[in-house]
Design a binder for this molecule. Structure first.
Ligand code: HEC
Ligand code: HEC
Ligand code: HEC
Ligand code: HEC
Ligand code: HEC
Ligand code: HEC
Length: 454
């Protein structure tokens, strides 16, 4: 009878812990789904509200078609919610009547020439910058544009995206974060320990109950005593310990002063992926001195403003899971604060404040490195040393920048002698001396200490 009772208790403990584990699991996975549903519901309601609004206000127009025309013809000078070269257009249908808008958009200069009061007024307000005529637009096209610009601003969506950005930054996007996984893992381990302990105890009780004699271990020599008495074992372990220690010590000393992978947070989140990658802006447009001088330099803020006078926000497609459109727009706003640019007035306020970029690549003073020598004369691509810059959301140091790194490349890389008069004679002599066609940098003296150390 007793046996049955004990088997029961083992089975009960096991089934209890398994079911507990399963419910816990289900709980964790369930966390994701209600949230996702909530979001889609919110999104749907927002969109639904938008669409019905549009229909109510602009009657005939098709906002989606209007958006397309707006983006191709008007977006260069107009934004929906802020002044650009021309006025903000959202809600313009409320302040002007439709007929006037039609004739203005088709040919604003004609309207001004006729002396239309409203037309002259806005023309003067915008310093008599003429808006081009658009005779190609049909009435339906213009109705579509007007439908698009009379759409209300989608506030809830924006707020939601902002909240997502805040949440996303902390947890690194969707799914279960590593923290939660770690907690689960720790919990499971703890559970296993408890189960093991309980099973052990039950088995012992079980054994005692059925009268089985558990073997009692005889008095043995403690293991450490046995170890100390075995001189060979002691010697081997000492050697192993010393070897491991030296290995780590060496590794530790070799990484002192090596900042490979260094990735500081810059005062403005400047994405090379967006600039050099997506928009294919040439490196030398910003780092203009790389080709002609020792340093590449960081561009002055005036260079930024060449483009950012008219780019005050990023396109919605630019936003990623990690960084929202609001985040990027906020970073551009930081640029405006630094150069003192007032977006609504489209003018400089004169209040500037330098941006303190944090320097990433930095050789010690006793080493000489020259950019133009490598980029212009050597013909080496920036990416060879700086890595896939066009994919970097945040810049980091790609190469170790150690002496070994410089010297190895000099040993392996050939000098670009073709088409370089200066090298012709050197090449002729040296290639004879070494008996080779191609010369490596080291053969022209690229690993002499004095070339890199003053
Ligand atoms: C080259 C720049 C430019 C382009 C392109 C342009 N506009 Fe304009 N728009 C202006 C300027 C500047 C004004 C202010 C009046 C002026 O100075 O002529 C203006 C004014 C307006 C106004 C009057 C706003 C008000 O508050 O009364 C409307 C409406 C308008 N534009 C619609 C459009 C539409 C629609 C398109 C595209 C089909 C378009 N614009 C393309 C520069 C432009
Ligand atoms: C639109 C301007 C712009 C373009 C185009 C651009 N950069 Fe930059 N770059 C910057 C700015 C601003 C910084 C400083 C902020 C930072 O570190 O992210 C910088 C920093 C760097 C740094 C780190 C400097 C340091 O402190 O050590 C490297 C390396 C670099 N850029 C390489 C490149 C390469 C290679 C390309 C072309 C693929 C490129 N950049 C294109 C503006 C630009
Ligand atoms: C040749 C034009 C050009 C220059 C020069 C330029 N940008 Fe941009 N910038 C852009 C474009 C295009 C975008 C992306 C717009 C989009 O995605 O809709 C952008 C986006 C941005 C953004 C938002 C995305 C991000 O990277 O965080 C910031 C901030 C920014 N630029 C800062 C700068 C700074 C600082 C400089 C000067 C060092 C600079 N830009 C120079 C064209 C330029
Ligand atoms: C042969 C390797 C190599 C190549 C090729 C190279 N760089 Fe560098 N870059 C370096 C090293 C090394 C440093 C650190 C220099 C220092 O601290 O004096 C550096 C530093 C920089 C810096 C920091 C500011 C400065 O001038 O010291 C920028 C920006 C930069 N590089 C951009 C570029 C761009 C843009 C290109 C391509 C036109 C390029 N680099 C090509 C090795 C290279
Ligand atoms: C990706 C390969 C590469 C790397 C990495 C590199 N170099 Fe070079 N280096 C070259 C090439 C190629 C030349 C030859 C340029 C020429 O034709 O004059 C050169 C030339 C030089 C020269 C002139 C040598 C002479 O005899 O005129 C100096 C100095 C130099 N490099 C310094 C450095 C330093 C310092 C570093 C490390 C911080 C470095 N280089 C990293 C490829 C590299
Ligand atoms: C191609 C360029 C180059 C040549 C040639 C070169 N060095 Fe260096 N050396 C460097 C650079 C770059 C550093 C800095 C490395 C760092 O900061 O980790 C350096 C660092 C050093 C250091 C400081 C040790 C350290 O790790 O900080 C010594 C000492 C040194 N070099 C000696 C020499 C001697 C001796 C020679 C000639 C046999 C020589 N170098 C040739 C580029 C060079």
């Amino acid at each position: 009878m007793k046996k049955v009772k004990y088997r029961h208790s083992v089975a009960r403990i096991l089934s209890l812990s398994v079911s507990f584990f399963l419910t816990f699991n289900a709980l964790v996975y369930a966390q994701d789904s209600p949230l996702a549903e909530d979001e889609s519901v919110v999104q749907e309601t927002v969109q639904g509200a938008q669409e019905s609004n549009v229909e109510a206000e602009a009657g005939s127009g098709d906002a989606a078609a209007g958006k397309e025309i707006f983006n191709t013809l008007c977006a260069a000078c107009h934004k929906l919610d802020s002044k650009s070269i021309g006025p903000a257009l959202r809600g313009v249908t409320e302040t002007r009547d439709t007929e006037w808008l039609h004739s203005w958009i088709r040919n604003s200069s004609a309207l001004i020439a006729q002396g239309d009061e409203q037309a002259v007024e806005i023309y003067n307000e915008y310093n008599q910058v003429a808006m081009p005529p658009f005779p190609q637009l049909s009435d339906a096209d213009i109705d579509n544009i007007l439908a698009y610009v009379s759409q209300p601003k989608a506030v809830p969506q924006a707020q939601q995206a902002g909240a997502e950005a805040a949440g996303g930054a902390a947890s690194g996007g969707g799914g279960i974060s590593t923290d939660i996984l770690l907690v689960i893992l720790a919990f499971v381990l703890a559970m296993l320990l408890v189960i093991l302990f309980l099973v052990n105890r039950t088995l012992r009780r079980f054994a005692a109950a059925s009268g089985v004699e558990l073997p009692v271990s005889p008095k043995r020599k403690p293991i450490w005593k046995a170890f100390v008495e075995n001189q060979f074992l002691v010697l081997v372990s000492a050697v192993v310990l010393v070897l491991i220690g030296t290995y780590f010590l060496y590794g530790y000393f070799m990484q002192v002063g090596v900042d490979q992978g260094y990735q500081p947070i810059q005062p403005i989140h400047f994405s090379h992926r967006i600039h050099a990658g997506d928009n294919q802006i040439e490196c030398k447009f910003c780092h203009s001195s790389a080709r002609v001088s020792k340093t590449s330099g960081i561009p002055s803020l005036n260079v930024c403003m060449n483009c950012h006078k008219s780019i005050s926000e990023v396109a919605p497609e630019t936003a990623t899971d990690e960084y929202s459109k609001e985040f990027y727009d906020g970073e551009i706003a930081k640029l405006y604060d630094a150069v003192g640019w007032d977006v609504s007035q489209q003018a400089y306020t004169g209040e500037t404040e330098p941006v303190k970029w944090i320097r990433i690549h930095n050789l010690p003073d006793f080493a000489y490195f020259n950019h133009s020598q490598h980029v212009e004369v050597g013909g080496i691509a920036c990416q060879t040393c700086h890595g896939p810059v066009q994919e970097m959301e945040i810049m980091y140091q790609n190469a170790p920048l150690t002496m070994g790194w410089c010297v190895n490349c000099h040993r392996e890389t050939n000098v670009r002698t073709a088409g370089n008069e200066y090298y012709e004679k050197v090449h002729e002599e040296l290639s004879k001396k070494y008996g080779v066609e191609e010369l490596t940098v080291s053969q022209i003296g690229g690993i002499e200490c004095g070339k890199c150390h003053y």
